[in-house]
Write a protein that binds this ligand. Structure first.
Ligand code: IMP
Ligand code: MG
Length: 174
């Protein structure tokens, strides 16, 4: 049976502090035109992050990314939707996702944005699980590095549940 860890892996207070720092850093060094958030996992992170970098007149857009393909993980492809309504050509983009895991999603999104003529792309993830990486990619901005554990809360889900939890919890097999 899957259960939540006894205590949060990252509590809301720690999250708020880190996002304050991250917003200050990004806001101070990157003059982006559009924040592109990856639905659904990044919705809370995007909302908090943009309030941590005030007075940016950037647009906020959301896209959807889903993995498909046959069952073997190595042949997974990423389907992207929602890009057609974004003026990517010539834009400086801040691409925001909830978590960098195998890296496939982020890699596919960067390739797609770049193929559509983005002027600059920087990536920002709330969480990074470097041990799980299958394609070589690092994010420009990372909230927290975490071990190879499945986590939920603060936007992240298991079977579409737990997203509303204010802290990040580990799901453990018991
Ligand atoms: P990647 O393409 O393997 O890097 O996968 C990234 C996507 O997998 C994320 O956007 C999440 O939706 C999902 N994911 C990966 N690890 C976790 C986790 O620990 N909890 C919840 N979702 C996860
Ligand atoms: Mg996701």
């Amino acid at each position: 049976m899957l259960n939540l860890s006894k205590a949060p892996l990252i509590d809301a207070q720690k999250i708020a502090k880190r996002i304050g720092e991250l917003g200050k850093q990004i806001g101070g060094e990157y003059d982006f035109d559009i924040i592109v958030g990856v639905m659904t996992g990044s919705f809370i992170f995007v909302a908090d992050l943009c309030r941590a970098m005030p007075k940016k007149k950037a647009q906020i857009k959301f896209i959807k990314a889903s993995s498909y393909g046959d069952s073997t993980e190595s042949s997974q492809k990423v389907k992207v939707s929602g890009l057609d309504s974004i003026q990517v050509e010539g834009a400086r983009i801040l691409l925001v996702d909830d978590i960098l895991d195998t890296g496939r999603t982020m890699k596919a999104l960067v390739q797609e944005l770049s193929a559509r003529g983005a002027k600059e792309i920087r990536t920002c993830v709330f969480l990074d699980k470097p041990e799980r990486r299958e394609v070589p990619i690092t994010a420009n901005y990372v909230g927290f590095e975490i071990p190879n554990e499945f986590v939920v809360g603060y936007g992240l889900d298991f079977a579409d549940e737990y997203r509303t939890f204010p802290d990040v919890w580990t799901l453990v097999e018991e």
